[in-house]
Design a binder for this molecule. Structure first.
Ligand SMILES: Cc1ncc(COP(=O)(O)O)c(C=O)c1O
Length: 401
């Protein structure tokens, strides 16, 4: 058989999907599984979204659509940007994609030559590293340990940008840590960015409608609008509107970048489908009470998770203030054995395997996000499973010898 392209040796299936798949298999075998693994919202969009989709289906043109996104979709996104305090954009600054993942991939493809520097903080969303590897970028990880609340500090960014990476990718609120940067923190990082004009900055802010404790959402552009010529904002319907399967992502940034994404769309996917476009417009333009309600609910769940984790002696979990993840440092379990099953735990992968085997609880090992001392809890499971899942987690740690 002829060989695959060399770059495919660097492509791998998302580690998060692999855990979710293993949990699904066990469930299919009849095991009682609670999944804290995959980061999907536990709600569906409002009826107005389905109504718009049905209406579009009834009037379907059956045709190809716009590579950039229809004017109506771009206008709905522009209004959404306005509400987020990101003003002054026009359609030519925007482009759509098949989810933020696709938009991020396209952005990296558009901005990075092979070997170019690509900097982002650790812990990172797994896909960033996968995209960097696939494109042959020189990934530069900026370690943000639990001791600094998993957040980048200005001196660290200064050192990283001094090496003139082509792209700095920033994620706020963070998957996997749930960390949210305050306005002061964003302002301090923006000041560093302003001193390094050779680097593109991508802000992946797809969780920006899920911020707790009144911290608020802040972007570099809020504090330094003049960075507009090289900061690219990425958003998605997936988490905010409970629409991960609809696959709609967006970017707003300099016109040449949006034009590059439009060109890539014309090569890869052509367009966001018509019915999906109608649903997306309805989500962005319709009543916004679902995202607001969900944010309040997730804040309550975050509190439950932190209460449960606080009951485990020695376990440290920097306080998440957004998204729907907690990322405790679980290294106290390493070198120990789960007494009832005899399962030995040497690292985060052993720990997650043992949790799944012994307690039927699926979490994602921190190494999938570049931080092997931790694991990720996604707390969007069905409501009745949250307490039992946390109970299983606590029991497991109590049973370590
Ligand atoms: C930080 C972050 N960015 C982007 C995405 C991709 O979202 P989408 O469903 O729009 O592709 C995710 C999904 O989990 C994410 O957590």
């Amino acid at each position: 058989m002829p060989e695959l392209a060399r770059r495919m040796g660097r492509a791998k299936q998302s580690a998060i999907m692999l855990v979710a798949e293993r949990a699904r298999q066990l469930k299919a075998q009849g095991r009682d599984i609670i999944s804290f693994s995959i980061g999907v919202p536990n709600f569906l969009p409002g009826e107005h979204v389905y109504a718009a989709a049905r209406e579009a289906l009834a009037a379907d043109s059956g045709q190809y659509g716009s590579n950039r996104g229809t004017d109506a979709l771009l206008d709905a996104f522009l209004a959404h940007l306005d509400r987020a305090g990101l003003t002054g954009y026009r359609r030519a600054n925007c482009a759509t994609g098949i989810g933020a993942k696709h938009v991020l991939f396209n952005l990296c493809e558009a901005l990075l030559e092979e070997g170019d520097g690509f900097a982002f903080a650790t812990p990172y969303w797994t896909t960033y590293a996968d995209i960097g590897a696939l494109l042959g970028a020189a990934v530069r990880l900026l370690p943000c340990p639990p001791g600094q609340d998993y957040k980048l500090v200005p001196a660290q960014l200064e050192a990283a940008l001094a090496a003139r990476p082509k792209v700095f990718l920033f994620n706020n609120p963070s998957n996997p840590t749930g960390m949210v940067y305050t306005r002061e923190e964003i302002a301090a990082l923006a000041e560093v960015i302003a001193r390094h004009p050779d680097t593109w900055v991508i802000t992946d802010d797809i969780y920006h409608r899920m911020v707790f404790d009144g911290v608020g959402y802040h972007n570099f552009l809020h504090v330094r609008p003049e960075l507009r010529d090289r900061v690219i904002f990425v958003d998605s319907l997936s988490k905010t509107y409970g629409m991960p399967g609809w696959r709609v992502g967006f970017m707003a940034g300099p016109e040449p970048v949006a034009a590059a994404l439009t060109a890539l769309n014309s090569t890869h996917v052509t367009n966001v489908p018509e019915v999906v476009t109608a649903a997306a417009i309805a989500a962005l333009s319709g009543p916004q009470d679902v995202p607001a309600e969900k944010c309040a609910e997730f804040q309550q769940r975050r509190d439950r998770v932190l209460d449960a984790l606080a009951q485990i002696p020695g376990l440290v979990c920097p306080r998440p203030q957004g998204a729907f993840y907690a990322f405790p440092d679980v290294s106290i379990a390493f070198g120990r054995t789960h007494a009832p099953t005899g399962l030995r735990i040497d690292d985060d992968v052993d720990l997650c395997n043992a949790l799944l085997e012994a307690k039927g609880l699926a979490c994602v090992p921190g190494s999938a996000f570049g931080e092997p001392r931790a694991l990720r809890i996604s707390y969007t499971c069905p409501a009745p499973q949250l307490e039992p899942g946390l109970q299983r987690f606590r029991e497991f740690f109590a049973e370590l010898a």
